[in-house]
Design a protein around this ligand. Structure first.
Ligand code: GAR
Length: 201
């Protein structure tokens, strides 16, 4: 059974959806570690409740991002982590980390990439006035929100949507899409050919 580490910075609702999918046997893997850069992230409470070991690392205790990443990589290797699942992790993964886990790091983004990259995907899409936005699950490479796309799902924007109402529908979709993408990943059903991800179902 493969070991996953889930990285979170905040609320952890995607972590919760992944825990539920593992518990139902939908994802045949173990969540062996939850990593957070915020010591008070609610995601850590969820991990503890589920009996998952946690690693909370304060970035400010490290001189450089390279030192911070190197520490995390050491801890991942120690726990024999096979896959890194970013679920609302609001930090950039450095090039060394990416190359250590090539095509083994995935991220979920609350917009249809390549539109609305960055940390305000929902707000930016709403402000731009798009009629359709959505969710993207992608491999992580050295560039921000730019790796090959695994799955996408669309969400229609309503005329009276606020950031909160749109976010609720985006999150509902995320909680279905991410477990499915992680299942495909850990079952080795994904292969990357340039920008394209081939899925064997
Ligand atoms: C999710 O909507 C995820 O797509 C987003 O953070 C939220 C985390 O929610 N990620 C990004 O914006 C990455 N750039 P959660 O903590 O409840 O899972």
């Amino acid at each position: 059974m493969k070991n996953c580490a889930v990285f979170c910075s905040g609320f952890g609702s995607n972590l919760q959806a992944l825990i539920a999918a593992v518990n139902r046997g939908r994802i045949p893997a173990r969540i062996a570690l939850v990593v957070s850069d915020c010591v008070d992230a609610y995601a850590l409470v969820r991990a503890k409740k589920a009996g998952i070991p946690i690693l909370a690392v304060d970035r400010s205790e490290f001189k450089t991002r390279e030192d911070y990443d190197a520490y995390i990589i050491r801890r991942l290797k120690k726990q024999a982590i096979d896959y890194v699942i970013l679920a609302g992790y609001m930090r950039i993964i450095g090039p060394r980390f990416v190359s250590c886990y090539k095509n083994k790091i995935v991220n979920i983004h609350p917009a249809l990439l390549p539109s609305f990259k960055g940390v305000h995907g929902i707000k930016d899409a709403l402000a731009y006035g798009v009629k359709i936005t959505g969710v993207t699950v992608h491999f992580v490479d050295a560039e921000l929100d730019a790796g090959p796309i695994i799955l996408q799902g669309a969400v229609a924007v309503k005329a009276d949507d606020t950031e909160d109402s749109l976010a609720r529908r985006i999150h509902r979709l995320e909680h279905r899409l991410y477990p499915e993408a992680v299942r495909l990943l850990v079952q080795n059903k994904l292969s990357v050919k340039g920008r394209n991800v081939l899925i064997r179902r």
